[in-house]
Design a protein around this ligand. Structure first.
Ligand code: EPU
Length: 452
């Protein structure tokens, strides 16, 4: 178990303002898409996250000239791009899978190890490979990795739907390969997530011809070349959703600055009373804690409730009188966190392969627990903040993959937290293509910023 931890003292009412960072799952595939042009791309509002740093390091190792213009602004210039992505960083995060489509589109060949990422149960890439093959590529997958090769890519009509609905990165990969293919492609069963829509907006700025973004049918007219683009990453709906749930749990008034409208996706269906506890003030969402009847959550592809907020919603369910049910139809095995939740005192039973029953309202009590993945880790902070006494969350580096300055943001809301600093930090460099250096901070270097 890692020595990186956060210690949370719960039971306080929180409040104040939190600004939402750029969207991880929008930014990661967009960095991959910068491989599709020789021209410079500028990305703004890039969140400082370990997954993002890993993606930047992978593209730099592929030959891209990467420059950091300020804390959240980066430029990418891909004059020449290697076809092979080495394993060092690729295996650390899931979105590296998008390099397959980007490299195939750019070089007509790609070779890389199987991507890593949070362990949410089975995460096959058969639909990605099916899409590449439909466009004319030969695709092989072995235990060592994936190889793609195409003499030419030719537009085609194909499905990117799977047994659990659309695939987000599968759709992105198909788009990456199709935008520079010859002729017209039609993607049926495409993912409709806002991250896909923003990704298409970036490619359209690069000169790609894409119609139907946000629907399940995308039409792409291949072009011979793409140009550079300047793009601002929209704010992260999963981070906003996590703070929204924090607000409903324990905040007198929490202002979520620049909340994306999609943050409410699926939530009013689960919590019709949410309107009584949250209101829009311009672009900000103001939330306060509430009392709710039992909830029925079923995570499913957009526009339904997101799987990436399922563990956080389970924490809220534990604070509701009566029995709530939480189901995950996308990742049925995404319940590895319930053992940690039970240690905090939650009353949770597995009632089906993909469903848990949560009985409430339970008084939570601090314990030592370990994050099992990114979103579950964030949910453990929320649980710790409403638990009596001290909760220690180990393996907090999971959370740093997807939440920028999470502890600092919570401290600003009045939380009492002590934590080891960011495990992997990037040395800021303005010197063109200087390697990005990760350093591991000493486990003894504790940031202690507890409040009363
Ligand atoms: N699937 C297949 N075959 C495939 C691809 C997917 O059967 O070839 C299945 C998966 O096993 C799953 C379902 O299809 O049951 C949907 O998976 P999807 O491919 O949409 O997931 P993903 O693209 O790997 C992205 C996000 C996840 C988020 C899911 C679902 C990124 C980098 N990751 O993953 O985000 O949970 O979509 O919305 O965009 C996170 O940020 O914490 C995170 C896990």
């Amino acid at each position: 178990m890692s020595v990186h931890y956060a210690r949370v003292w719960g039971g306080k009412a929180l409040g104040g303002s939190v600004a939402i960072s750029g969207s991880k799952n929008t930014c990661l595939p967009i960095i991959a898409a910068t491989l599709l042009t020789e021209e410079t791309c500028i990305l703004r509002n890039v969140p400082q996250l370990t997954d993002i740093f890993c993606m930047i390091e992978v593209v730099r190792r592929l030959g891209v000239a990467v420059e950091r213009l300020d804390a959240h602004t980066w430029s990418f210039e891909a004059k020449a791009v290697a076809a092979y992505a080495d394993r060092t960083f690729v295996e650390r995060f899931r979105a590296s899978v998008c390099l397959l489509g980007a490299l195939l589109g750019r070089n007509r060949r790609a070779s890389m190890p199987v991507p890593g990422g949070c362990k949410l149960g089975s995460r096959p890439i058969d639909i990605h490979l099916r899409a590449f093959r439909a466009l004319g590529a030969e695709a092989t997958q072995t235990s060592d990795g994936i190889d793609l090769h195409a003499e030419r890519l030719t537009g085609a009509t194909f499905s990117v739907a799977g047994p659990r609905g659309s695939t987000v990165t599968g759709t992105l990969n198909a788009i990456l390969a199709a935008v520079l293919a010859e002729g017209r492609s039609v993607l049926v069963g495409a993912a409709r997530e806002p991250e896909v829509v923003s990704f298409c907006a970036f490619l359209q700025k690069m000169g790609a011809k894409i119609e139907g973004a946000g629907t399940d049918r995308l039409a792409i007219e291949g072009v011979s070349a793409l140009r550079g683009a300047d793009f601002t990453i929209p704010s992260d709906r999963m981070e906003a959703g996590t703070f929204l749930i924090l607000g409903l749990l324990c905040c007198d008034a929490l202002r979520i600055i620049n909340a994306p409208r999609e943050v409410l996706c699926g939530i009013p269906e689960i919590l019709p009373q949410i309107a009584d506890y949250c209101r829009w003030e311009g672009e900000d969402l103001v939330v306060r804690r509430g009392e709710f009847p039992p909830i029925e959550v079923s995570a499913a592809p957009y526009p339904h409730f997101p799987t990436d907020l399922q563990p956080q919603m389970t924490v809220l369910a534990s604070q509701i009188a009566g029995t709530s049910h939480v189901r995950d139809t996308i990742f049925p095995d995404r319940f590895t966190h319930i053992d940690a939740f039970r240690r905090l005192g939650m009353d949770i039973k597995k009632t089906a392969d993909d469903t848990i029953a949560v009985a409430g309202k339970t008084a939570l009590c601090g314990a030592e627990i370990a994050a099992t993945d990114l979103r579950a880790g964030a949910a453990m902070y929320l649980a710790g903040l409403i638990a009596r006494g001290e909760t220690t969350i180990f393996q907090k580096e999971y959370v740093e993959r997807g939440y920028e300055n999470f502890e600092e943001k919570l401290l600003a809301l009045g939380a009492a937290i002590e934590y080891t600093p960011l495990q992997m930090q990037q040395e800021t460099s303005n010197a063109g293509n200087t390697p990005i250096i990760f350093r591991t901070d000493s486990a003894h270097n504790i940031f202690q910023k507890t409040s009363e």
